[in-house]
Design a protein around this ligand. Structure first.
Ligand code: ATP
Length: 304
């Protein structure tokens, strides 16, 4: 679906994407996970064939975006970071008018709009103006609109940023359905739970480079331990607490607000920490996540 080799994007002297290799296979949900500024959107825009690459090689649906941009764009669906719906039109009109841009017949667009409203769970809002919709509804409408041309490949840039948990879950559910129907998804996100839930495979991006690649489970087992103990201490006591814990866990990370112990046996490690006289303000034992993978790879947390 997408092959990138040594792909580079430069803005003046600044290199936003620094020679990345990516291959997205048909039918998979592929993710770019990284903090703001990692170069995810710049990469997406090159794949969407709306921003020319500076260097390297890129094929989208087997074609070169520099040569066959319009043909590629006709077969893609794009959900941009910011919704760009026509706010004064109704839900139904948004879908119908967008369909007409693709040169689809009036009759086809009419029935497609009904089908997509059903898919986006917006049928009962068909005649509502976009302005009156909630954030989650607007996102679902943007996704519905991106599907008007039955794209083989759907690009979603930060699909759930700014949505509340319930709206996010509703949206994820729609994306699972699309994937089950055979649509290939490429998703950028800085939410590790989103990447973990949705993506079959992902790359961790940082500073324009790919730090690691694999399935979420793969990455977690490669770069983290099974469990993590999170301990919070009063200000200024973290470093001395970390010293006291030494040797209890495979790895200890001291963050500005927490001390993390990487271990295979969380509860037992926590008990041992207590036995050494440690009295944290709070403690939590949890499974390792992509957040831990990111911290291990970059020395930073995903959401600063
Ligand atoms: N048109 C532009 N001109 C100059 N610099 C840009 C331009 N677009 C992006 N950049 C810079 O390139 C870097 C990567 O930006 P990009 O938007 O690709 O990151 P991102 O990982 O998608 O983060 P975000 O979620 O904030 O969009 C940033 O430092 C950004 O300031």
């Amino acid at each position: 679906m997408v092959q990138a080799k040594a792909l580079v994007k430069r803005f003046g002297d600044f290199e936003a994407v620094r020679g990345i290799d990516v291959e997205v296979r048909p039918g998979e949900a592929f993710g770019f996970l990284g903090p703001n500024g990692a170069g995810k959107s710049s990469t997406m825009r090159m794949i969407a064939s709306v921003s020319p690459r500076t260097d390297g090689d890129l094929r989208v649906l087997g074609m070169d975006p520099d040569v066959e941009g319009p043909r590629i764009r006709a077969r893609l669906g794009v959900v941009p970071q910011q919704d760009n719906l026509d706010t004064e039109l109704t839900v139904r009109q948004n879908l119908q008018i967008y369909g007409r841009y693709f040169g689809l017949s009036r009759a086809h667009v009419r029935s497609k709009a009904e089908e997509l409203m059903e898919f986006a769970q917006l049928t009962d809002r068909a005649n509502a103006e976009v302005d009156s919709l909630s954030g989650g509804m607007k996102r679902r409408l943007t996704i519905a609109r991106s599907l008007v041309n039955d794209p083989e490949l759907l690009l979603l840039d930060e699909p759930t940023t700014g949505l509340d948990p319930q709206a996010r879950h509703l949206l994820w559910d729609r994306l699972f359905r699309l994937k089950a129907g055979g649509t290939t998804l490429i998703i950028t996100t800085h939410y590790m739970d989103e990447a973990e839930q949705l993506c079959d495979r992902l790359v961790v991006m940082d500073n324009g480079r790919i730090a690691a690649e694999g399935s979420p489970a793969d990455l977690i087992s490669r770069y983290s331990t099974r469990e993590v103990v999170e301990l919070r201490f009063p200000n200024g006591e973290q470093e001395s607490a970390a010293k006291q814990i030494e040797g209890l866990a495979e790895r200890v990370e001291v963050l500005p607000d927490r001390v993390l112990l990487y271990t295979m046996t969380g509860e037992a490690t926590l008990e041992q920490a207590h036995a050494r006289g440690l009295r944290p303000l709070s403690s939590l034992v949890r499974r390792s996540s992509l957040e831990d993978v990111f911290l291990r790879l970059t020395g930073r947390t995903l959401v600063d």
